[in-house]
Design a protein around this ligand. Structure first.
Ligand code: SAH
Length: 349
């Protein structure tokens, strides 16, 4: 009996859990109680569920598992209260999440995969390749753990940690569904951002889901050639097709797309780059988020200095493009994209 693979109970949405409980001969209100334990009270064991009978808890723990994410490391920034968490999954994979405290609420940056296969040249997460997709429950657990540990409410979620969310489409959708469900944490769809390197077919699919989430596109260059150099995945999709998919997303959802642009010194931060970008995006209802690149020690890229970043932003704004510079949080705690996980993996080699 011990080798039976238990079903992941936290990856069922509300309706699916109701079906599971119905099949076990349980009344609908039991399923509601269970869903509340899992997704509101954020229980990580069946034993905690004290309003369920002992025999039901026993039956549940025989057939189902609540996948765990143990805190392996927790770093707190002395500069700005940003916290970074390294979680160990049941199979030994490590993932990281970042908690950022903003005036408008707490935001968590979650990982969608253990590793990544997109190969962006400036990114630490690309270094070991993709290990596996995360289940919906493993994306949720990052938020649940952080909320439990800090006892503070998480109001915003950005899927910008390790991994390419649109390379794990089904699980991503299930994650968003459970996260924003009124029966669970009920985070507003408008407070959820999904960032993609530009997987065109899945951007279109997502547009057709007609969710109210924000789509962010990692653009990083204004020409196909430079984009391919920075992001090998770009060779699979023409830049114009990627931009058309962004327009399609806006048409279907009415949500303005965010373009992310990481500035690397001498690579994509010149006047010519700013002009090219302004031209490429002119007339679009969009927002550009400029990110001074986080230097990763295995990579040759250096961050653009503040004057270059501000000059770049000014050029965009003067051309009528809405552009902001991302606040850099938690620089003192390896908070840059995948660096805590990478550091841990290095110690295991
Ligand atoms: N795969 C998705 C989401 C994860 S990366 C995507 O590509 O969008 C989240 C954002 O961080 C992306 O815009 C990515 O290009 C950027 N990023 C990765 N490494 C970075 C680094 N070293 N410095 C600055 N931004 C980086």
């Amino acid at each position: 009996m011990e080798n039976i693979v238990k079903k992941d109970i936290c990856s069922f949405n509300y309706g699916e859990l109701a079906e599971e409980m119905h099949a076990m001969g349980e009344k609908p209100f039991r399923s509601r109680q269970l869903y509340e334990w899992l997704h509101v009270k954020l229980a990580d064991s069946f034993e905690e569920m004290t309003n369920l009978s002992k025999s039901l808890r026993g039956k549940l723990s025989q057939a189902y598992a609540i996948p765990k994410a143990e805190v392996v490391e927790r770093q707190i920034s002395k500069e700005d209260s940003t916290e970074k968490f390294l979680f160990g999954l049941e199979d030994g994979n490590m993932i990281e999440s970042v908690l950022m405290r903003h005036p408008y609420g707490n935001s968590v940056c979650v990982s969608s995969q253990a590793g990544c296969r997109m190969g962006c040249r400036f990114c630490a997460s690309a270094i070991g390749g993709l290990k596996r997709n995360l289940a919906a429950s493993e994306m949720l657990r990052q938020i649940y753990q952080i909320q439990r540990l800090t006892k503070e409410r998480v109001s915003h979620v950005v899927v910008m940690g390790t991994g390419e969310p649109l390379d794990n489409y089904e699980n991503l959708l299930k994650f968003i569904e459970i996260l924003t469900d009124a029966n669970g944490l009920h985070i507003g769809q408008r407070n959820v951002t999904v960032s993609t390197c530009g997987i065109v077919p899945n951007m279109r699919r997502l547009a057709n889901e007609k969710l109210q989430i924000t789509l962010a596109l990692s653009l990083h260059a204004f020409t196909q050639e430079k984009r391919e150099y920075l992001m090998p995945v770009a060779s699979r999709y023409d830049l114009q097709d990627v931009l058309d998919a962004c327009s399609f997303y806006f048409e279907k959802t009415g949500r303005r797309v965010t373009f992310e642009y990481a500035l690397a010194k001498g690579v994509n931060d010149s006047n010519e780059d700013a002009d090219g970008l302004a031209k490429l995006l002119s007339g679009r209802n969009c927002h550009v988020n400029l990110i001074p690149i986080n230097p990763v020690k295995e990579r040759e890229f250096k961050e653009s200095g503040q004057p270059a970043v501000l000059a770049f932003q000014n050029k965009l704004v003067k051309s009528g493009i809405n552009a902001t510079v991302r606040r850099e949080l938690g620089r003192d705690i390896d908070a840059a994209c995948g660096q805590l996980r990478k550091k841990y993996m290095d110690t295991q080699e």
